[in-house]
Design a protein around this ligand. Structure first.
Ligand code: DHB
Ligand code: MG
Length: 235
């Protein structure tokens, strides 16, 4: 339990996560080659005592494979942290591929720049030091070409805004992956006053009512406790 990330919920105490953490460790050892670049992004975040909220190594590989499977050339990420997921995804981009990631915390931007440079991915990854909603507005005003894949992993209380704001940056077929949609189970609390829960539920209402989007959700356990990804496709 000690490694799991809590969202202030007691719900995931009901689930014994120690076994799923062991399973994560087993599959990480079985499937993942050591990636020094990605490990470095995690290490410098740990050294600065940032919360351990980057995607897990297996989920980093999931994101990497989503880029390769979809053949994405243009990726947008909201929420850089120390660049771990950006590095995982950018490694699957073709030579002319581009990943734009947005981050509001200067300490994270500094760390991510360091990690991206060390990985030799500075030509593929643009880190924008901006609140995501403003960054999205700028991309729209610049008439930026549509993104093939978008990963939302920023501040949860704005998720309902992000899902609407990014739509002008999509095309038919754009894949949208959203992290942390389970919130340790709190997402089911209709009456919750927690801003993350409220925003997640508003986002889900929007998705449900949006003719342009189809969606499913993959619930996850493991290193980061009870959580999940939403997977969306723009029709
Ligand atoms: C938190 C944020 C994340 O993006 C995550 O994957 C896990 C936890 C958090 O803010 O607690
Ligand atoms: Mg996350």
């Amino acid at each position: 339990m000690s490694k799991s990330i809590k969202h202030g919920s007691h719900k995931q105490d009901i689930v014994d996560l120690s076994l799923s953490q062991q399973v994560d460790d087993y599959y990480e050892a079985a499937y993942l080659p050591d990636d020094a670049d990605a490990a470095y992004a995690r290490k410098i975040a740990d050294d600065k005592r940032l919360p351990p909220i980057a995607v897990s190594p297996l989920h980093g590989k999931f994101l990497n494979m989503m880029v390769s499977i979809t053949g994405a050339k243009r990726v947008l990420e909201l929420g850089t942290l120390s660049g771990y997921s950006a590095i995982c995804m950018a490694k699957a981009l073709p030579d002319d591929g581009k990943l734009i990631t947005m981050e509001i915390r200067d300490i994270c931007v500094d760390l991510a720049e360091e990690a991206v440079k060390r990985a030799g991915l500075q030509d593929k990854i643009d880190i924008l030091y901006t609140p995501a909603l403003e960054g999205i507005e700028i991309l729209i005003m610049d008439e930026e070409e549509a993104f093939d894949l978008i990963f939302i992993d920023a501040d949860k209380p704005n998720y309902h805004r992000y899902i609407q704001a990014i739509l002008p940056l999509t095309r038919s077929g754009t894949v949208i992956i959203i992290d942390n949609v389970v919130l340790a189970g709190d997402v089911v609390e209709e009456e919750s006053e927690n801003h993350s829960v409220q925003s997640m539920r508003k986002m889900n209402n929007f998705i449900a009512g949006c003719d342009q989007l189809e969606a499913t959700m993959l619930q996850t356990t493991g290193l980061k406790g009870l959580d999940g990804f939403a997977l969306l496709r723009v029709k």
